[in-house]
Design a binder for this molecule. Sequence first.
Ligand code: UD1
Length: 423
Amino acid sequence: MSKIIVEGGTRLEGEVQIDGAKNAVLPIVASSLLATEGVSKFYNVPNLSDVKIISELLESLGVKVSYNKDEKTLEVDATGKLKTEADFEFVSKMRASFLVMAPLLAREKSTKVSMPGGCAIGSRPIEQHLKGFELLGAEIIQDAGYVEAKAENGLQGTTIFFDFPSVGATQNVLMASCLSKGTTILENAAQEPEINDMIKFLRKMGAKISGEKTSRLVIEGVEKLVGAEHTIMPDRVEAATYMVAAAATKGNVLVKGARYEDNIALVAKMREMGITVEIVSDNDIRVTNDNDYLKPIDVKTLPHPGFLTDMQSIIMVLTLLAKGVSTVTETVFENRFMHVEELKRMNAKIRIEGRSSIIEGPNTLEGTRVKATDLRAGAALIIAGLIAHGKTTIRNIYHIDRGYVDIESKFNNLGAKIERVEE
Ligand code: UD1
């Protein structure tokens, strides 16, 4: 087991390059299973453990996958006959594995995928995915931890209303409807930028989709889809991590690959706190902060374009530095405050009331031993370590490696003192 040791008290300065988005690449690679002809090639693919898992899952289905680490490219050849069962081994390691369900159902007419179950941040049900498949004409059987879906005569387009704009359900049902007969309309669809990136790729494959960036997607089914090339969008949560770290350390950092369009809520909240956020170009944001104290804020996580739940723990570290009371309310996941107990171990004054965390600032953090409770909570603890006195030791860092490429060298290039120690 490895751990990360952060020495606090450094100021971040310089430039950092953001990698491709984990939450875009996983669903997009799953969607490349829809191609019965042609090879797909992806650029800007981050070297992450989750990308390795989705690649292994695809290989287990009979797909040829090759990743070039230096070029950050991934090729997927799904043109052969595919196996249709996705095993517990993969889905239990990574929930996004459930996204192979739609392409397998749509092209092979039947599939059996292990149910994802809960995780550290909540129960995470899948009924919106299954409702969508059923309305498209699939028969769904849930038994012994597996979901089986069958549509011997193919899927038929229809109108589907999501009770909640679920990112995964929108992606799964969108993929299935691309090969359904006739027109499918998805109402109350999620509008996250990663969904728009998937739509761009599906269109290159030959899919007919309109309504992108809105809650109403209209899909005209096509007979077949072919492999295509696509550059994965930059990771907006990785960008947020360095933007917040720059502000927290009273630094000056150019975040290359941070796009204002994908980070509107975050930029607004940082500016509300008194931080200078400069939109340098469509792809670059500079963050500078020389305030002794920040202003308190109220943050509420919501589906896009609201404040992204994945950035909740990260912005919470910034509120620790504000003079006054801030609130952070989580409405997307039921149990996403596990990091609060860890931050409290570092002397943070936070209390949880229902779905809200109430943060009394300003706080002086002390380095101690903490553990990453999930991926983004792990990143939040690194930022907390940067502003704490002394050393912070973070365990369970396998969570962090799921979503951050070279995190310690990227931080160290900005002047941080972070070390990974193998135990
Ligand atoms: C994706 C992201 C995750 C992010 C989340 C919300 C990936 C790989 N993961 O997860 O990082 O935090 O979007 O932006 O892209 N729900 C139901 N029923 C369903 C589906 C979802 O009740 O059928 C609930 C979930 O339990 C959760 C909420 O809806 O409370 C949001 O889930 P969803 O938008 O589906 O998130 P994911 O696609 O799992």
